[in-house]
Ligand binder design. Sequence first.
Ligand code: URA
Length: 494
Amino acid sequence: MTRYVLSVEDSAVFEPWREMARAALQRDLPPQAIDWRIRGGEMDLFGQQTNDSDGMVALTEAPVLKSVTLRASCIALLRDMLCHSDPGRFALAYRIAWRVQGNPHLLDVATDADIAKARIMVRQNRQDCHKMMAFVRFREQPVQGEGAGRRRFLAWFEPQHHILERIAPFFSKRFTDMDWIILTPRGSICWDGKDLAYSSEPCEQPELDDGFGDLWNTYYASTFNPARVRTKAMRREMPGRYWKNLPETRLIPQLVSGAEARVRTMAEQELLPAPTFHDRLRARDSLPVEPLPDTLEALAAKVRTCTACPLHCEATQAVVGEGPAHARIMVVGEQPGDQEDLAGRPFVGPAGQLLHEALGAAGVDRSALYLTNAVKHFRFRLQGRRRIHQTPDAGHMVACRPWLEQEIALIRPKLIVSLGATALRALDGPGMAMADVRGTSWRVGSGETAVQRLALAHPSWLLRLGDGAQGDSERQRFAEGLSRVREFLHQPGS
Ligand code: URA
C-alpha cells in the first residue's frame, strides 16, 4: 500500500487538517495509509521532518474516487477536539472521519475507543478555556502618544491546548472598552476595541508589573473566608500548574495556615445582638418623612424617579396618571401594560382601546376623566423577546400607594372607579373580593370628604373572556357601570 506523509502545523486547529483529510477521503485512503506529522512539533525532534507540500502533492496526484460529506455533528466534534495539544489528534480525527463513512452512528457509540478519546479531549479543551477565563490577570500598561485615552492591558497565560482562537471572543465581549493583549507560549490575541487579531507565533513571558500587585493581594486576602477553607476543592479548582502566574497564590499558604486560628478568634469575639424587628421599625419611623409634592406636575416628576420597588429596574419608565387636575372622576387601573410602558401614557394598549370604545358607547368623554394606575411601573417576565404581563404583588402596591394617595389628595375626585382586583385592593384593602363587588357602587367617608366608589372589571379580563356567554354578560355589566359614570358626570353641579 502506498503510504503518504501529511504534516500539519502544531498550532493548526482545524482548517488545514480538514483540507488534507478531505483530499485523502476522496481518494479512499484508509487511516493506515497516512502518517500524520506535526510540523515544528515534537515529532521533528526524531529527525522525521518531512516536506509537507511533498505529501500533499503526492496525494493529490492520486485519482479522486468519490465525493465525501461529513455531518455537522461530526465536524463539530472534530473541530472541538483538534485544538487539543495531543500529537496524535490529527490521526485520531482522520480515523473518526474515515470510520464514520461506514457507520453513520459512530458518534453515538460512547464505548468506542476513538469516540471516547475524542470526547475526553473535547472536555479537556473546555476545561482549559474555563481556566483561562478564570485565571488571566491583566496588568495595566502605560499609554503614551497616539492612543492615549484608552487604557491598555497586558496578560500572560499558559494554556494547555490551542484554545486561543476559541476563547478570544469571550475576552473581547467581556473587556470591550479597553485595549488588551494576551501573550501565551502558543500565540497571542490582541483587541483594540474594534478587531480581534490572533497570532500563532509563540511568545516569551513578559515582565509584568503595574504597581497594583499589593492592592490586588490586599483585596484577595480580605475576601478570603477562613471559615470556608477547603484545600482539596481549592486545588481542584486552581490546579498547581496555574499557580506560578497568579499573584495571589503567594498568599494562600499563609492564609490557609492561619485560618484555624482566625476562626477561633472570630468565635470568641463577643456577639452583638442584631436589633430586634421592633427597634428597626421604630428607627425607620423616626426618620424625617419628606413631604409629597403638592402639584400634579411635581408629583409626576417624583414618580418618574421612583425606585421604591424593583420594578423600576426592568420597566422602560414610570407611567404617571393623566387627565384634568380637578377631574370629578378618577379611574384607577392595575399597572401600565407593554404599550403603556413604551409610550409612557396610561391606557393606550389593547385594554385601553376597549376602555376607550366602551366609554364612547356609554357617552362618557374620556378627556373628562383622570386615568391612573395602582402601580406605576410595568411588571413582566420575558418569554423569548416577548414581555408577558405579570400581576403586581402586595409589595409593589405598598411601594406605589403614596403616589396614588397623593393623586387622590390633589385631585379630590367625587367618584373613584377601580378597574380590576389590583385597583380594588389598592383602594380598599384586601378585605373585598372582586366577585362580590363587581359592578356595584358604595360611598366612603362623609360630608365634604365623601367619595363615591364604583368597582368594575378590568378591560384586559373582558378581552380574555372572549365571546362566550360569560363574556357577553360581563361586558354588559361593564357597560352598565359606565352608564353610571356618565350619569355622575352629568349630574347638576359637576
Ligand atoms: N391596564 C391597566 O390597568 N392600566 C393601563 O394603563 C393599561 C392596561
